[in-house]
Design a protein around this ligand. Structure first.
Ligand SMILES: [Zn+2]
Length: 374
């Protein structure tokens, strides 16, 4: 048989390749080997009937916490991500320079899916969920972050820093400055967690450059990028204009329907949709990435854009354009099959607000290098 598997009869959405059309997809020895309008099923050892389903690149969640056993807020990777359509996830600063080695050996290496990481600028990462990591700015060690990132170039895709007063006191701006210093030295982006800082949002955004990422774009904690009267602050538009990316990072306290509606009405869409999945938001209100995606369908974004924001865009944000988030011939066959369910679905934000959505996305099947895992 020329093909191990043909995913037949589905609608392929591959934003990186500019495809949104009925396509059959053939996989052999873990790679995509053909994408055609019709592939003869007699050529396939196995067939998945994807009629009425969407076939998309394996989903990429740009913001999760999976350093299980290493940081208090982390979940074990698998049940809430890989088994629900996410084949590549990026841990957002759960670990820092002093504990990344344990994360690597005990969690990342044994895990079948792809886990990458933003290294926290604080050496212990997000070890405690309440006390934070930057009340003593001495923990933000630029040299150590650079050293550990250079020792793990296959896994560390950037730096992470959180600026909320609860987590950083009044050190937020200095911590961002240090993360940015390390990021520039490494040629890697910095992901900044906004909301609840003592410094104005402008003082944080002005430190960021092209490729850096603001996460919690629609936080309800002031100061965010949507002001108290529902308008996107000029500094956010200026940041976007110079190439700063805006990520959702839903989380337990960082996604407000009202802020998202206001920003979208003001023409400010996210670049990437991510969950900020951790143990305090599973099962509610985050649940998983497809639930977070469903919230943006509810808010009016086209399906193609929602898919792009969870495939091609996050892959590009971590320098993996062409390798992840797309299904071109020759790439590793990480594939997610999605179902659009019609009905009446209650969706909740981080502040208890709920909406009733007429449809939602669920993962119907997930393939990792051509092997079905869910
Ligand atoms: Zn987070």
């Amino acid at each position: 048989m020329p093909f191990d598997l043909v995913i037949h009869g589905g609608t392929l959405i591959d934003v990186a390749a500019g495809i949104h059309a009925p396509r059959d997809l053939a996989i052999h020895r873990g790679r995509v080997v053909a994408i055609e309008t019709h592939i003869p099923l007699t050529d396939a050892a196995d067939v998945l009937d994807a009629t009425d389903l969407l076939v998309v690149p394996g989903l990429v969640d740009l913001h999760v916490h999976v350093d299980w056993g290493g940081a208090e807020l982390c979940v074990e990777p698998g049940p809430n991500d890989l088994l629900r359509g996410v084949t590549t996830m990026v841990d957002a600063g759960s670990s820092g320079a002093n504990n990344f080695a344990g994360f690597r050996r005990s969690v990342i290496e044994p895990f079948p899916g792809t886990i990458l990481a933003f290294l926290n600028i604080a050496v212990m990462g997000q070890a405690d969920a309440d006390l934070g990591e930057l009340h003593d700015i001495r923990y933000a060690k630029v040299d150590r972050a650079i050293e550990v990132a250079r020792a793990n170039p296959d896994l560390i895709v950037g730096l992470k820093v959180r600026v909320s007063e609860q987590l950083a006191g009044a050190n937020g701006v200095e911590a961002v400055r240090r993360a940015r210093e390390a990021g520039i030295e490494l040629g890697r982006p910095v992901m900044v967690h906004i909301g609840g800082s003592t410094a104005p949002i402008e003082a944080i955004l002005e430190l960021l450059g092209p490729g850096d990422i603001v996460t919690h774009a629609y936080t309800g904690w002031e100061p965010g990028m949507v002001d108290t009267i529902g308008q996107v602050v000029p500094a956010a538009r200026e940041a976007r204009a110079r190439g700063v990316l805006f990520d959702v990072g839903h989380g337990r306290g960082s996604f407000a329907f009202g802020k998202a509606e206001a920003a979208l009405a003001d023409g400010f869409r996210p670049d990437t949709i991510s969950t900020d999945l951790h143990r305090f938001n599973v099962p509610m209100p985050v649940v998983d990435l497809t639930t977070t995606m469903s919230k943006f369908l509810y808010l009016g974004l086209p399906i193609e854009d929602v898919i792009g924001m969870t495939t091609a865009a996050p892959a590009a944000a971590i320098g993996l354009t062409g390798a992840r988030g797309t299904l071109g011939v020759g790439v590793t066959a990480d594939v997610t099959v999605l179902r659009r369910e019609q009905g009446s679905f209650l969706l909740q934000d981080s502040y208890g607000a709920t909406v009733t959505a007429p449809e939602r996305l669920v993962a119907a099947a997930t393939f990792l290098a051509g092997r079905r895992v869910a």
